[in-house]
Ligand binder design. Structure first.
Ligand SMILES: [Zn+2]
Length: 89
């Protein structure tokens, strides 16, 4: 998802990432929004260009991470925010 797509979905989208209905100009449905930590909620109100990153972070927090946008100049690096997975034998 590009920044433009994220903004477009914010302004016009009526479906939350979880497939529930959301209102245009809202990032998420009320259920998802309520699950976000306060700091992440605040970041979604960033009007100085920080919104796309805040939105991506929120999606990751909600367990619905956005697939990295395909950039021709560099291969997308998968970001793992999960705690280090250790194999127990
Ligand atoms: Zn939702």
């Amino acid at each position: 998802m590009t920044d433009q797509e994220i903004y477009a979905d914010l302004v016009r989208g009526t479906t939350c990432a979880c497939t529930a209905a959301k209102k245009p100009r809202m990032s998420f449905c009320r259920g998802c929004y309520g699950r976000l930590p306060g700091g992440v909620q605040q970041a979604l109100y960033d009007r100085d260009g920080g919104y796309p990153d805040a939105y991506r972070r929120a999606r990751t927090v909600l367990g619905m991470p956005i697939q990295p946008a395909t950039r021709p100049d560099r291969s997308p690096t998968p970001v793992s925010l999960e705690p280090s997975t250790q194999t127990h034998k």
